[in-house]
Design a protein around this ligand. Structure first.
Ligand code: UDP
Ligand code: MG
Length: 328
């Protein structure tokens, strides 16, 4: 008989003590249904939770050796948690999935089939409804992805969520992108590979609350645009050129006006307005430049993407415990 495939489910968790148990039960049910074809590894990443999430992970690990976990020294964000999970996953196929059961684990069955039988490199979930989500948030997020697609070559499919199963080849490609400003949806699109989209209806959180505030989402969106597009820089240059043209026309106008009508003193209010307007635009453009400079600065520092304080995974066929670990 062939060796069974191994699927690693990477589960970023931030203050998820209320759902982690439910999630575990649910994924075990899926593992049971797939046991003929594949075995499972469930890799929880504790992203600096302040509640009992880590204790729950330890408890699950005690009773089930398929469960592994790593724990960050503080909250590094979901992007870092996904990276750490991919780095420590030992499966032939790796899935990233939320802990709150908004990503139905049973989709893994179809995802796995698509990759194995239809020759795709990855299978991703596509949310076809946004019920239960605030209207404004849904609207802004849809617009954002449209702008991003226009400004960069990154195609984020409408309804794309961070839930997908990938082949080892694709995981390795994603791991090669070791940038600090991580925008995983962009990374998945950038690395290419053939992706099958599997539609599903939005589900509300099983328990707990969302960890995304409006501010966090805004920062995430800017990360997406600045990380994948230099269009704002081109836009700044364009504004510069337009202002030069306007200034040139204004100068010509003033010279001709002075030659024809002489030079009566006046017009300082319009001058003041112009100075104000132009300096405003300059500051705005400098701000855009600053955003890129800031990102470059953070990349150049080459800080680790995350710092883990506890690692209990199955790498090299053995279990490590304790010790600090970091993503390059
Ligand atoms: N998450 C994380 N670190 C964070 C924020 C969120 O690991 O800083 C995890 C969280 O535990 C969950 C997933 O990312 O498993 C999605 O978070 P959430 O459900 O709050 O987001 P939403 O579904 O509302 O977009
Ligand atoms: Mg959620």
């Amino acid at each position: 008989m062939d060796k069974k495939d191994k699927i690693t489910a990477v589960v970023p968790c931030f203050n998820e003590e209320e759902v982690i148990g439910l999630f575990y039960e649910e994924i075990c049910r899926v593992a049971e249904r797939m046991k003929e074809q594949a075995e499972f590894e469930i890799l929880f990443v504790n992203d600096g939770s302040s509640d009992g999430t880590l204790a729950k992970m330890k408890e699950l690990r005690e009773k089930d050796r398929r469960v592994c976990y790593l724990s960050f020294s503080r909250n590094f964000g979901k992007e870092a948690a996904m990276y750490a999970g991919l780095e420590h996953a030992t499966g032939d196929y790796v899935a990233v999935i939320d802990a709150d059961l908004q990503h139905p684990p049973e989709l893994l069955i179809e995802m796995y089939r698509s990759i194995r039988e239809e020759g795709f490199d990855s299978a991703a979930a596509q949310r076809v409804s946004r019920t239960g989500e605030p209207k404004l948030r849904a609207f802004v997020s849809r617009k954002f992805y449209r702008v991003l697609a226009k400004l960069s070559k990154i195609e984020v499919v409408d309804g794309e969520v961070d839930y997908r199963l990938m082949s080892r080849q694709m995981v390795n490609a994603v791991l090669q992108m070791s940038e600090r400003n991580r925008f995983t949806k962009g990374i998945f699109s950038w690395v290419g590979f053939r992706t099958k989209w599997i539609p599903y209806e939005n589900v509300e959180r099983a328990a707990g609350t969302t960890k995304w505030s409006f501010g966090k989402l805004l920062k995430y969106s800017l990360e997406g645009i600045i990380g994948y597009s230099t269009a704002p820089l081109a836009f700044v240059s364009l504004i510069g050129v337009l202002f030069c043209i306007a200034a040139f026309i204004a100068i010509l106008f003033i010279i001709i006006k002075t030659l024809v009508w002489g030079d009566p003193v006046g017009g300082w209010p319009s001058l003041a307005c112009m100075i104000l307007g132009v300096s405003g635009v300059q500051l705005f453009c400098m701000g855009i430049l600053g955003q890129y400079l800031g990102k470059t600065y953070l990349e150049v520092k080459n800080r680790p993407i995350y710092l883990a304080s506890i690692v209990e995974t199955n790498e090299n066929g053995q279990t490590e415990a304790g010790g600090a670990e970091s993503g390059k």
